[in-house]
Each structure stands twice: as structure tokens, then as C-alpha cells.
Design a protein around this ligand. Structure first.
Ligand code: UDP
Length: 477
């Protein structure tokens, strides 16, 4: 029988960005199923994103999930109302948000710790100061990076060994030394690791220090997906880590899957009805996460590539591109009637992905999207843009072998990398219909089975979560 943990109270504090809030809300819900009292910390304008997701889940979960607000700091220079990365379109203001505003949250957060004294804090990697804050009150701090074990390891290996220094050109391949799997990358594919003492360098240095002195790391992954890297992270890099994913799978009801922190721009029933009319594995789902906003030229190439592939599709186009769609090839929407569904804005992604009609996922390789694809057994066409997405591409295409790259060469090109329609057509066909498609699909299917299994009683993620809760609850800690 499982122990009850009614005395534990844990704070969850995500960065105010969908890619961080969505998994952290899921994580809070997961802990709540273990009879832990959970409180999600955020700023006032972000409450609606969270409260609806929690309301929906309340009917299905036992223990309390609370939301506690702290005031959004106004002194960092952001215009009023910019409390979420989504509401900030300019790169300069986003940089202020990450570098300055997040720091100003420290004081009100500490006041809250003083008031409520939780037993543990799970705070986003973007709040490195949270390790010191919690230490003042003797509260353990766990870090949530929102990444795979693979990318956590690759990133650290890159920092420690600087293998990119041994190449003579940006496009020459180098091996990530010591990392299992002979992973090769080019300098173009990795973030700038130069130590120039810039503000960004200092920020990541703070992150590293805060990780070293924190209680440990919670990882949205499952052991069977990347055992060599989970082991490497713990045994070679010496980190204390708990794998508790895939977090998206804690949403078992349709309503929970349809709303995970943002209202969809399409009625989910309409979307599912459209998919119900399609054959198994016959539709490509195209979505680049919550941040990407491609220029018209890149969107036009995607439209042409999808049409040339002759595959049916659901294509999510982020809102900004709504007005003025002269980039769509002439007559495209008319020709695609019944074959292609365009969602302008936000899609109920997990609901779509799990539909049996979905046969492939064109993804920017954000870790949430990648793991959501893995969890439902959908092979991928990888289109990384920045962050740790090029590592995720390697994991999907070379380690797990459940996808093919569309061919983006350069890290940090948020405009999409200038991928041409024929490369898109080729990659889509490779995953949907060509020779190796079935092999990839079978592998993906098997991983999805393991993903679901991992959360079952007595399986890897279930045990890891229980072990963490027991440890936090132990008087000997
Ligand atoms: N998402 C969604 N609908 C969309 C776009 C994104 O539900 O139209 C969700 C997706 O399911 C995932 C998250 O937003 O949970 C995006 O996180 P990810 O790490 O993939 O990428 P990011 O947005 O952080 O770049």
C-alpha cells in the first residue's frame, strides 16, 4: 500500500512561459495525486492560465492545489501587462524579462517562503537565485530544467570539454567526448559557449552554481527512454536527479488534455471530428511550439512542401501571421480543402497527437513537444531552432531513431533556417510512406508503450517520484 504524505507542502514556481508553465502545472497535479499539498507560485496576470487547468483536474484529483500570487515587479522597465513571455514580442524586452525581471521576483518570493514555509520548492532553472533564497529558510530547492537527460548531459560535456575548439570550420563534425553514443555535432549547431563574461555567460554560471548547491533536479523524462544518459547524468556528472515523466500523461481525461494552460483556437470537437474521418497514420501534425514565429517566406515553403508531399496535415501557425497571408501559395487553401487543416493560434496539441490518424509530427524539438510525441508513438520530422533543441534532434534521429531531420544547419535562427519546400517534402515522405517509415513507427510505438508503463504502479517514474516524496517527507533528511 502507498504511504500517505499529507504533511508535505511543496511550492512549484515556473518561469512565466508556456513551455515552462505547462509541464510544471502537470507536475504539481502529479504530486497532488500523491496526497501532497501543492502551491503554484505565479504573478497575477498568469493566474487564469493555471486556474482553469487546475479546476478541470480538481474533479479527478485528491489533494489541494493552490495558486499563490506574488506581485510582478514594475521597476525592470517592461511595459505594464507583460507578465508572460507570450505577451512580449521584441527580443530586447524578452531579454529584460529573463535577465532583470526574474531577479526582481526574489524578494516577494522570499516573503512568501517566510509566511508559508513549505517543505520543498521546485523552482524553474531560470530562477537560479531560488537556491539561496530557500537555503535562508532551510528549505530544499529542486531545479526544473524542462529538458531531457540527454541534453543536460550533452550541454555539460560541451562546457567541460569544449570539443568545438578542435575543429577548423563551423560545419566540421566533432564528437561529444565521453558521452555515450558517439554523438557528433557541428559548431553551427551549438549555442555560443564562448566565455566572454557577457551577461548571458554570467547568468548560466549562476545557474550552474545554483544547481551544484541545490537539493537536486527533477526531470520530465522516463528512464527507459534514455537510460545511458540518465545513468551518465547521475553517475558520471554526479547529479542527484529524479525522473518523473512523461508529465503530459498525467492528463487522463479529454478535458485535461484539451486545456493545459492556454485556450485552443479551434473547437476541440471540430478538430477531432476532422481527424476521425482520416485513416490511421495518414495525417502529419506540424507545430513549432509556443515561441516560434516564422516569416512569410518560410511559411510559404512549408505550404509548398506539404502540398508536394501529398500527405494530409494539421498545421499550427502562430498568431502573428494571421493578418496578410500573401505568403500562402495561390489557391492553396482551396486545393487543400478536406486534406489540410490550418489552426491559426493555439492547438490542443496532446489531444491531436494522440489521435490514431496522426502519422508524423513536424516539430521544433522543444522538449515538451518531443516527449509528447514520444509518449503517443508518433515519429518525427525534426526542425530545431534554438535552446537545447539541436540536442533533442540528435536524441530523436540518432539515438532513438524515430525521426529524420529536415536539415536545419544553424542554431539560433528563429526564422526557421530557410528550409526549402523540397527538403520538407522529402522528410515528410521519409517518415510517412517510405521504406524505413514502418521501422521508425514500430520503434516509436514501442517507446510510447514504455512511456505509459513508466507511470504505472511499481514502474520507473512512479518509483522515482515515490522515492523523492518519501525522502522529502523523512524526518532524517
Ligand atoms: N502547445 C500546445 N499548442 C500549441 C503549441 C504548443 O498545446 O499550439 C504546447 C505543447 O503541447 C507543449 C508546449 O506548448 O506542451 C510547448 O513546449 P515545448 O517545450 O515543446 O516548446 P517551447 O514552446 O517551450 O519552445
Amino acid at each position: 500500500m502507498e504511504r500517505k504524505h499529507s504533511t508535505l507542502h511543496i511550492f512549484f514556481f515556473p518561469l512565466m512561459a508556456h513551455g515552462h508553465m505547462i509541464p510544471m502545472i502537470d507536475m504539481a497535479k502529479l504530486f497532488a495525486t500523491k496526497d501532497v499539498k501543492v502551491t503554484i507560485i505565479t504573478t497575477p496576470l498568469n493566474v487564469p492560465f493555471i486556474s482553469k487547468a487546475i479546476e478541470i483536474s480538481k474533479t479527478h484529483q485528491s489533494k489541494e492545489i493552490n495558486i499563490q500570487t506574488i506581485n510582478f515587479p514594475t521597476e525592470s522597465g517592461l511595459p505594464e501587462g507583460c507578465e508572460h513571455v507570450d505577451s512580449i514580442s521584441s527580443p530586447e524586452l524578452r531579454s529584460i524579462f529573463i535577465k532583470k525581471t526574474t531577479k526582481l521576483l526574489q524578494k516577494p518570493f522570499e516573503e512568501l517562503l517566510l509566511q508559508q514555509h513549505p517543505n520543498c520548492v521546485v523552482a524553474d532553472v531560470f530562477f537560479p537565485w531560488a537556491t539561496n533564497s530557500t537555503a535562508k529558510f532551510g528549505i530544499p530547492r529542486l531545479i526544473f530544467h524542462g529538458c531531457s537527460f540527454f541534453s543536460l548531459c550533452a550541454n555539460e560535456v560541451m562546457r567541460l570539454h569544449e570539443p568545438y575548439n578542435n575543429t577548423s570550420s563551423d560545419s566540421e563534425l566533432f564528437v561529444l567526448p565521453d558521452l555515450p553514443g558517439e554523438i557528433k555535432m557541428t559548431r553551427l549547431q551549438v549555442a555560443n559557449f564562448s566565455k566572454n563574461g557577457t551577461e548571458v555567460d554570467k547568468f548560466w554560471e549562476e545557474v550552474r552554481e545554483s544547481e551544484a548547491t541545490s537539493y537536486g533536479v527533477v526531470v520530465n523524462s522516463f528512464y527507459e527512454l534514455e537510460p545511458a544518459y540518465a545513468d551518465y547524468y547521475r553517475n558520471v556528472l554526479g547529479r542527484r536527479a529524479w525522473h518523473i515523466g512523461p508529465l503530459s500523461l498525467c492528463n487522463r481525461e479529454k478535458e485535461q488534455k484539451a486545456y493545459r494552460g492556454k485556450e485552443a483556437s479551434i473547437d476541440e470537437h471540430e478538430c477531432l471530428k476532422w481527424l476521425d474521418m482520416k485513416n490511421v497514420n495518414s495525417v502529419v501534425y506540424v507545430c513549432f511550439g509556443s515561441m516560434a514565429s516564422f516569416p512569410g517566406s518560410q511559411l510559404g515553403e512549408i505550404a509548398m512542401g506539404l502540398e508536394a508531399s501529398k500527405q494530409q496535415f494539421i498545421w499550427v501557425i502562430s498568431k502573428g501571421k494571421e493578418d496578410g497571408e500573401e505568403w500562402l501559395p495561390e489557391g492553396f487553401e482551396k486545393r487543400m480543402e478536406g486534406k489540410g487543416l490550418i489552426i491559426r493560434g493555439w492547438a490542443p496539441q496532446t489531444l491531436i497527437l494522440e489521435h490514431e490518424a496522426i502519422g508524423a509530427f513536424v516539430t521544433h524539438c522543444g522538449w515538451n513537444s518531443t516527449l509528447e510525441g514520444v509518449s503517443v508513438g508518433v515519429p518525427m520530422i525534426t526542425w530545431p531552432l534554438g535552446a537545447e533543441q539541436f540536442y533533442n534532434e540528435k536524441l530523436v534521429t540518432e539515438v532513438l531513431k524515430i525521426g529524420v531531420p529536415v536539415g536545419v544547419k544553424k542554431w539560433g535562427d528563429i526564422e526557421g533556417g530557410g528550409i526549402k519546400w523540397d527538403a520538407i517534402e522529402k522528410a515528410v515522405k521519409m517518415v510517412m510512406i517510405e521504406e524505413n517509415a514502418e521501422e521508425m513507427r514500430n520503434k516509436a510505438f514501442e517507446l510510447a508503450r514504455m512511456a505509459k508503463q513508466a507511470l504505472e504502479d511499481g514502474a520507473s517514474s512512479h518509483l522515482s517520484l515515490n522515492a523523492l516524496i518519501q525522502e522529502l517527507d523523512s524526518p532524517l533528511r
